[in-house]
Design a protein around this ligand. Sequence first.
Ligand SMILES: *Cc1c(COP(=O)(O)O)cnc(C)c1O
Length: 444
Amino acid sequence: MTETFAVEQRRKLVTSLPGPNSVALQRRREKSVSRGAGTLANIYMDHGAGAILVDVDGNQLIDLGCGIGVTTIGHANPAVVTAAAEQAAKLTHTLFTVTPYENYVRVAEKLAEITPGDFEKRSILVNSGAEAVENAVKIARKYTGRRVILSLDHAFHGRTNLTMAMTYRPWPERAGMGPFPGDLFSVPVSYPFRDGLSGADAAERTIDYIRTHIGASEVAAFFVEPIQGDGGIVIPAPGFFARIKEFCEENGIVFVADEIQAGIARTGAWYSIEHHGVVPDLVTSAKGIAGGFPLAAVTGRAEIMDAVQPGGIGGTFGGNPVSTAAALATFEEIESKNLIAEAQRVERALLARIGDWAERFDIVGEVRGKGAMFGVELVRPGTREPNPEALHTVLTHATANGVIPLDAGSWDSVLRLLPSVVISEELIDDAAGVLEEGLAKAQG
Ligand SMILES: *Cc1c(COP(=O)(O)O)cnc(C)c1O
């Protein structure tokens, strides 16, 4: 890319991290913000551009996380900023279900175009990923008249009571927060690094589990992340989702692709299910959809989406005029700047730079990913045993040196990289160097 950014695209440290202004803010935060909102690095940000964040002490950090995959098209993307500011000056709220407006319709039209499947589609817009998943559950239950909802082992579907119960990890997401709703089941995923199964064999294991534990005829919907995000960038083996989708069709089950993290250009396709060659019935979108503004959507087959009675779904802020303006600008940026190809460029650059880490570091079990969505699974040397201490060391080293990656995985042992698709090769190289120092330290 030859784009110019409002902040020079390079790492620059002017204090130790966190700097004095961050430390002062952290003291205030401890007295005012719930400790339940845990923080990866106590470095307070002031502004950003492209793949660089600038903190309150003037340090420039390389962002490899995008606030968990949200600012995919770069921080404070100028097209998004302009569209949102212009819309905010015109109209900020009416509530679409009271008196509607065009932005909402345009986003729904665009979602029908970019989501997989050549059939009539409808969308509902909401505020957060979890809210989209909740609505997809409601819609699928209404359409099928059934109650059971399936999700995969290592899944992450959100933090509301229902979606938390569809999420895999007992700690820290769920501990002590029950009771949870019933009729939700977690079934085996395909995790090639850990189970060594082909996609077909893993799918048969999953289907057998459903038949023997749950009963296919009870199931309303099967929720999958085509590439699991919080679960550790788990990419099921080829053929797994094709067989699961076929099983859903045979049994009248709605197949839902939760694309909240992997969707919207991040993996080098509009939606990550495209890599598996499967067309879902419903798709959830959120995180990267509006360049940093809160917006989420459920999109899918018209007959499923329209099974709900008018007034059956909605919400006060859903599809807010400013968020939808930001989403339209995001779609336009992705298309006019060919950012799907940029995500593929990031994949090539990452593979070239970090693809050999499993050979170079005893504690790296596997490097895997698609587009700008990568995981580095850390293990105890010579085994596949998860190594959360190593991840902790790498994250501590990285954040102290101006690089912000993410953690992931049911065992807290996967280094997760979700950079912007506009990140340069130079920044990838510099950030990888810092992560390598962390890996060397963790290896001891
Ligand atoms: C983040 C995420 C959610 C929840 O989205 P929120 O906006 O945080 O509610 C759901 N599913 C997946 C796959 C996610 O990554």
